[in-house]
Design a protein around this ligand. Structure first.
Ligand code: HEM
Length: 484
């Protein structure tokens, strides 16, 4: 180091030190005046992140929430993901946070998620660009499209998977559920057919990608995150190739309009109905593949798990679907239609109960964009805020015997408006899941054919764990027999 630099540092050091002391003093005084929720900061930088993320059974709230809630109540502060955080297990505050998106709070996922899903991913975007992307997704999954196009597609993909099951064989149900939702999304996003080598390669690449999305964001050669970034590039190059082929076909009429009658997919929509750049479309497609594939496949695996442990619920479900199937036979109809779907009332109760008890999305990431006050507590601008859904869904003051799988609690006569108002498996407010109706349809149609054709049992003990993403460690091995 040159003498001159050393001297400059020597002169500046006292100023830097006093500035540091001053800013800490200001922060400390400000904190003293604020009425922050009770809590601890934990270790420097990591804070309590490892304890918060410690794996636990999916049907429980986990030790961290248990301990903190008994010590501090339903609203407490912590230091998580490298940030000062307010954790909320309070149904009212969770609702308030979701409803005030863009005004008091804003979506704020860790940087690593943006790194892997892309900076234009819907999950990380805020403001106008988020609105534009959301519009495209909502239009693509509109109720008209659900009734006319997506319902037959969902049924086709269900049968594709279920017909591959062999009598008395044992296989991982979680993987079958993933195959179903992946094939459905790949077809509807970019017209890729199930079973084709290209689709299978993409699916395998996607499995590596997913391992990285849920891993620690440590980017060194060989780490899951590093492998996931490589898979991201591989997946994007497949989507990009599809996009270029499509754009070439646009030809002189300037639209990627359907030339072959089979390309009414999201890629076409994005090319025809938006002014997005190529990079933006790539991230939109990838984030929809992610959002629409992982969640609904896990929800389906959970339903398969809960139903095998609840013969009474499985029996009532089978009764509902047999009645629908019998009526269709009498009318000489084949293929489910919207009226059939609307008759699946108990099925919707099973879906709700699966999401309440299994909690596929356990919490979401937000930050305060203004100083906010709630129930006398201060939530300072810039702080991370985590509305935790699991604690609400398993709260015994809202749901009696919350650890029991009880689909009947959702029957109109027995469910209270309180328990439904605070039921947020799909989030809420302006960022409410764009695919919630599709997810329900997927589950209902899959369950229809599943219960009509098969009985199943666990071939080995397994249960869902929250890592915090949900996973069955053994893949949920089941043995199936045809319904006689
Ligand atoms: C049971 C299945 C599903 C569950 C539990 C679920 C849950 C959620 C939740 C909680 C959010 C809010 C995230 C946040 O606020 O930060 C969300 C957002 C989203 N979901 Fe789902 N989802 C499911 C299925 C699907 C499907 C099938 C699709 C699409 C094909 C989809 C597409 C999306 C999209 C695009 C968003 C972002 C919405 C926005 O930011 O405006 N989801 N989902």
């Amino acid at each position: 180091m040159s003498i001159l630099l050393q001297e400059a540092l020597f002169l500046l050091l006292p100023t830097i030190l006093s500035l540091l002391v001053l800013t800490n003093l200001v922060k400390w005084r400000r904190k003293k005046k604020l009425n922050l929720p009770p809590g601890l900061a934990g270790w420097p930088f990591f804070g309590e992140t490892f304890a918060y993320l410690k794996p636990h059974p999916a049907t429980s709230i986990g030790q961290f929430m248990d301990l903190h809630m008994s010590r501090y109540g339903k609203i407490f502060r912590s230091s998580l993901f490298g940030e000062q955080t307010i954790v909320s297990a309070d149904p009212g505050l969770n609702r308030f946070i979701l409803q005030n998106e863009g005004r008091l709070f804003e979506c704020s996922y860790p940087k690593s998620i943006g790194g892997i899903l892309g900076k234009w991913s819907m999950l990380v975007l805020v403001g106008e660009m988020h609105q534009d992307m959301r519009m495209i997704s909502l239009n693509f999954m509109s109720s008209v499209r659900l009734r006319t196009l997506l319902l037959p597609e969902v049924e086709k993909h269900t049968l594709f998977v279920l017909r591959s099951w062999k009598q008395d064989s044992v296989f991982p149900a979680q993987e079958e559920a993933k195959k179903f939702t992946f094939n459905l999304m790949a077809k509807n996003i970019m017209s890729m057919d199930p079973g084709e080598a290209e689709t299978e390669n993409l699916r395998l690449e996607y499995i590596t990608f997913m391992k990285g999305v849920v891993s620690a964001p440590i980017n060194f050669p060989g780490s899951p995150y590093w492998k996931a970034l490589k898979s991201r590039s591989a997946i994007l190059s497949v989507i990009e190739k599809k996009m270029e082929e499509r754009m070439q076909r646009m030809g002189s009429h300037g639209k990627a309009a359907d030339q072959r009658g089979d390309e009414d997919d999201l890629l076409n929509w994005a090319l025809n109905h938006s002014n997005f750049s190529k990079e933006q479309i790539l991230d939109l497609l990838l984030s929809l593949l992610f959002a629409g594939h992982e969640t609904s496949s896990m929800a389906l695996a959970l339903a398969i798990y809960f139903l095998q442990a609840s013969p009474r619920a499985a029996q009532e479900l089978r009764k509902e679907h047999s009645e629908i199937a019998d009526k269709k036979k009498l009318r000489g109809e084949c293929g489910l239609n919207w009226d059939d779907y609307k008759q699946m009332e108990f099925t919707q109760n099973v879906i709700n109960e699966t999401l309440r008890l299994g909690n596929v999305v356990r919490f979401v990431h937000r930050k305060a964009i203004q100083d906010v006050q709630y129930k006398g507590y201060d939530i300072p601008c810039g702080w991370k805020v985590l509305p935790v859904f699991t604690t609400v869904h398993l709260d015994s003051s809202l749901y009696s015997d919350p650890h029991d799988f009880n689909p009947w609690r959702w029957q109109k006569s027995s469910s209270s408006s309180t328990s439904t108002n605070y039921f947020t498996p799909y989030g809420g407010g302006p960022r409410l899941c764009a695919g919630s109706e599709l997810a329900k349809l997927e589950m209902a149609v899959f369950l229809h054919h599943l219960v009509l054709n098969y009985q199943w049992e666990l071939a080995e003990d397994d249960q869902a764990w929250a890592y915090p993403f949900i996973d069955f460690p053994k893949g949920l091995p089941i043995r199936v027999r045809a319904v006689t």
